[in-house]
Design a protein around this ligand. Sequence first.
Ligand code: ADP
Ligand code: ADP
Length: 232
Amino acid sequence: MIELRNITKVYKTKNGELTAVDNVSLSIEKGEIYGIIGYSGAGKSTMIRLLNGLEKPTTGSVLVNREEISAISGGKLRAARHKISMIFQHFNLLWSRTVEENIAFPLEIAGMSKQERTKRVAELIDLVGLTGRGKAYPSQLSGGQKQRVGIARALANNPEVLLCDEATSALDPETTDSILELLLDINKRLGLTIVLITHEMHVIRKICHRVAVMEAGKVVETGKVLDVFQNP
Ligand code: ADP
Ligand code: ADP
């Protein structure tokens, strides 16, 4: 589903060059929940930006569904990015719009008719457990509910990959668990491939099938979660 082949990302800085991602190769299967864990500065955010085509690797290639997204740009890249969706640590909701309007936003951009949008939004609201909250504004929701809106919006156009950027880092432990359970449920029901980056071991242990551990731009270990994080 996703393949990173010998990816290196070098940033030019005031003091010279900084290698944020250093010769990383990974492959992620369709339907898998794959975690990338590491401390701050390890290169996780850079990996996410490479995966969604927002940045190009300095060398190496990124393939999503056999399409080399690191080699295309413009309209072709925008089309390829429709398959890739994202959720964020701070949710990135539109604050002047209701839950329904936030979720309808990507459908509107995709050109869906009002009637179809209404139906699809209702389905998504039910899917993420926000039934009855469609008319609320983000400011009236808890953190967990805001992330549920983020998830519904991310799923609106039936993506094949969901990228989660520290998606539970702003939430308390109980809410974190409920959001992880929702992601697990969506993965099972829709067969959606999920890639998540986090600095929290608990998140990886709870839902990931496989994990890559990053340190200073390098992947230092990969494998099944149970093998990588064995209990002593
Ligand atoms: P993480 O998400 O694991 O904290 P990042 O990918 O944000 O790691 O950063 C990896 C390294 O790359 C850090 O040293 C960071 O300062 C550097 N870096 C990230 N983005 C840029 C950028 N746009 N320009 C220069 N350096 C960057
Ligand atoms: P947190 O995720 O830390 O709880 P908030 O939910 O308050 O933070 O805000 C999430 C994001 O929305 C932040 O990036 C913030 O800057 C932005 N934001 C907060 N309030 C508004 C607002 N009234 N209008 C537009 N953007 C807002």
